[in-house]
Ligand binder design. Structure first.
Ligand SMILES: *[C@@H]1O[C@H](CO)[C@@H](O)[C@H](O)[C@H]1NC(C)=O
Ligand SMILES: *[C@@H]1O[C@H](CO)[C@@H](O)[C@H](O)[C@H]1NC(C)=O
Ligand SMILES: *[C@@H]1O[C@H](CO)[C@@H](O)[C@H](O)[C@H]1NC(C)=O
Ligand SMILES: *[C@@H]1O[C@H](CO)[C@@H](O)[C@H](O)[C@H]1NC(C)=O
Ligand SMILES: *[C@@H]1O[C@H](CO)[C@@H](O)[C@H](O)[C@H]1NC(C)=O
Ligand SMILES: *[C@@H]1O[C@H](CO)[C@@H](O)[C@H](O)[C@H]1NC(C)=O
Ligand SMILES: *[C@@H]1O[C@H](CO)[C@@H](O)[C@H](O)[C@H]1NC(C)=O
Ligand SMILES: *[C@@H]1O[C@H](CO)[C@@H](O)[C@H](O)[C@H]1NC(C)=O
Length: 547
């Protein structure tokens, strides 16, 4: 149905001025535009200005339009019926209007249309018969409108089209047949439409595309085949469509794509494959689409992407691979994508990313890694992404240790709000902490007592940044120091006793060993009125070093 705001907008446009010769309840503007609306309108009002060029009937109770009422309106250029739920047409309803260029009927009760409904409409450029109950179009319906440029038939109940119905429409630029239960398109149906630029076949229950369906549509720029039941695309389905810029294939049942299916689409800049059942993409799939700038392939079953699939796509700006089953990305997957601004890899099964994965993405602004199985990211992974301002990382089992330290600092600086729900999964004592909220000094790598920490990279060890970590084998206390100072103490107390009254509530000593030496830690907790237990714990530990 027509969106309400449009109605209001039309009203606003036409409310401006009244002229005397306007039959109530219609409103006339400039004597040339007439707007009639209201459930009390059962018939076309008499006495409409004879020189009107635009007539609108909106939300009326009109039931039929016969041949009579408009016979004097020879200057009519635009006739619009919006949301007149009982309206149907009689033969000859739209008579001989030499100047009519636009006829729109939307939200009506039209169920069948014969050629007789229309007279000779030689100037008609746009015909819209949408969201009504049209079941069939008679052969020859468009024979007397040779200049038609746009035909909108979306949202009807059309099940079949006569094979030659579009033959007279040599000038047609836009054809929309979406949202009809057609289930099939006759062979060669579109062959006469040599000038067609936009073809919309969304949601027409299409399970099969005949070979060569679009073969003569050399000027086609936009093709929508989304929301159908296509499991396969015939070979060469899009060949010769050298002007095609947008191709919508989302929400079909495609399980695989032929390697050369997009091979000659030099103008293609938008491709949507979302919501199919693709488990793999052929390596050369995008070799013939050098202008591609938006690629949507979310909600498929991809486990990886072939090496080099994006090579030479220097204009690619957006890749969406969300909600697949990606476990890894090949080396150099994004090698040539210097224009890429948005990369969505969320809700996959990625466990690790190579340190240079994003290095060539010098325009990258947004990266989504939400919902994978990443535990850590290599240091410096975003070093070359100068424009990156958003990295979403939540719902990954992050190991919050020294390897994430510089990334955490980066996130605090650039992406904190986006990551307020990015929680650590380990180590145990940091579980549930939000990464941006974590003090930097908590991100350390724990070494086993008396040993260097094997999880540290050689670079870190050489630069002397390796922290010494003293740790009680039972894990009740950990102390992290570097050569100069100790900066983190974690104490796990035994199950809480009632901390009532004055005096010591808890008291214990540990002797901890590490490669940096031996340290004695004493913890004493006193309960004081008016101070919560947590503050108490922080206030009262003290420690002594044993050289
Ligand atoms: C249309 O007719 C009305 C009333 O006869 C007149 O006032 C108006 O100027 C005419 N408009 C045009 C554009 O001829
Ligand atoms: C058409 O115009 C003629 C002459 O002006 C007039 O007699 C007739 O009533 C008009 N018809 C309609 C449907 O307005
Ligand atoms: C639409 O037309 C059918 C008959 O063609 C009729 O039964 C139905 O009541 C009409 N609906 C409305 C809303 O007028
Ligand atoms: C598909 O078309 C049918 C009418 O054929 C309509 O009822 C339905 O809402 C449409 N679905 C979508 C997702 O647009
Ligand atoms: C991710 O991988 C695990 C282990 O291989 C598997 O059990 C799980 O089903 C995968 N998840 C998805 C969404 O593919
Ligand atoms: C970055 O681009 C250069 C030059 O094209 C290439 O040699 C290198 O392998 C690319 N690096 C990555 C990580 O893709
Ligand atoms: C974050 O900001 C702080 C202070 O402005 C700066 O010292 C630090 O280097 C920044 N971290 C990163 C990774 O950019
Ligand atoms: C540290 O070393 C001392 C002496 O070698 C030993 O008594 C103590 O149990 C060690 N402590 C831990 C936590 O291993």
């Amino acid at each position: 149905m027509l969106p309400r705001p449009l109605l209001l907008c039309l009203q606003g446009l036409l409310l401006g001025r009244f002229t005397q010769a306007c039959p109530p309840p219609c409103q006339c503007y400039d004597g040339t535009k007439v707007f009639c609306s209201g459930e009390e309108i059962w018939d076309i009002p008499e006495g409409l200005p004879g020189n009107a060029t635009q007539l609108f009937f909106v939300e009326t109770s009109l039931t039929t339009i016969g041949s009579g009422p408009f016979s004097n309106h020879s200057s009519l250029a635009r006739l619009v019926f919006l949301n007149n739920p009982s309206l149907s047409l009689e033969a000859g309803a739209f008579g001989e209007w030499p100047r009519l260029t636009e006829l729109e009927v939307s939200g009506s009760n039209l169920s069948a249309l014969s050629g007789e409904a229309f007279g000779s409409l030689l100037e008609l450029r746009k015909l819209s018969l949408t969201f009504s109950a049209l079941r069939a179009l008679e052969p020859g319906l468009f024979n007397r409108m040779p200049g038609l440029e746009a035909l909108h038939l979306q949202g009807n109940q059309i099940e079949a089209l006569p094979p030659k119905i579009f033959s007279p429409l040599r000038e047609l630029r836009v054809l929309d047949l979406s949202h009809n239960p057609m289930a099939q398109v006759p062979d060669r149906l579109f062959d006469p439409l040599a000038r067609l630029q936009v073809l919309k076949l969304s949601n027409i229950s299409l399970a099969r595309l005949p070979l060569g369906t679009f073969r003569l549509l050399r000027r086609l720029q936009e093709l929508s085949l989304d929301r159908n039941a296509l499991a396969d695309l015939p070979p060469g389905a899009f060949s010769g469509l050298t002007h095609l810029r947008r191709l919508q294939l989302q929400h079909n049942a495609l399980t695989s794509l032929r390697p050369y299916i997009f091979s000659c689409l030099p103008s293609l800049d938008f491709l949507n494959l979302e919501g199919n059942r693709l488990s793999a993409l052929p390596a050369g799939l995008l070799r013939g689409t050098p202008k591609l700038s938006q690629l949507f392939a979310a909600s498929n079953r991809l486990e990886t992407i072939p090496e080099g699939i994006f090579s030479n796509l220097f204009q690619l700006q957006t890749i969406v691979l969300s909600h697949n089953r990606l476990t890894h990305l090949p080396a150099g997957a994004f090698r040539d994508l210097s224009s890429l601004t948005t990369l969505q890899l969320d809700h996959n099964n990625l466990t690790a990313l190579a340190g240079d994965t994003f290095h060539n993405l010098t325009s990258l602004e947004v990266l989504d890694l939400t919902g994978n199985r990443l535990q850590t990211l290599p240091e410096g992974i975003f070093d070359f992404n100068d424009y990156l301002f958003g990295v979403a990382m939540k719902d990954n089992p992050w190991v919050c240790d020294c390897r994430l330290a510089s990334l955490a600092s980066w996130i605090r600086n650039w992406s904190a709000p986006l990551n307020s729900q990015t929680f650590c999964a380990s180590p145990d004592h940091l579980k549930g902490w939000a990464l941006p909220a974590l003090p930097q000094e908590q991100l350390v790598c724990l070494a086993a007592p008396g040993q260097a920490d094997s999880s540290l990279s050689p670079g870190e060890a050489e630069t002397g940044r390796s922290p010494c970590t003293y740790s009680d084998p039972e894990g009740t206390v950990q102390l992290t120091c570097d050569a100069a100072a100790c900066h983190r103490l974690t104490v796990h107390l035994p199950p809480q006793r009632a901390l009532t009254g004055q005096g010591p509530a808890y008291d214990s000593d540990w002797v901890l060993n590490s490669s940096c030496g031996r340290v004695k830690v004493s913890v004493a907790i006193r309960a004081e009125p008016g101070v919560t237990a947590r503050e108490e714990e922080a206030l009262s530990h003290n420690r002594r070093s044993e050289p």
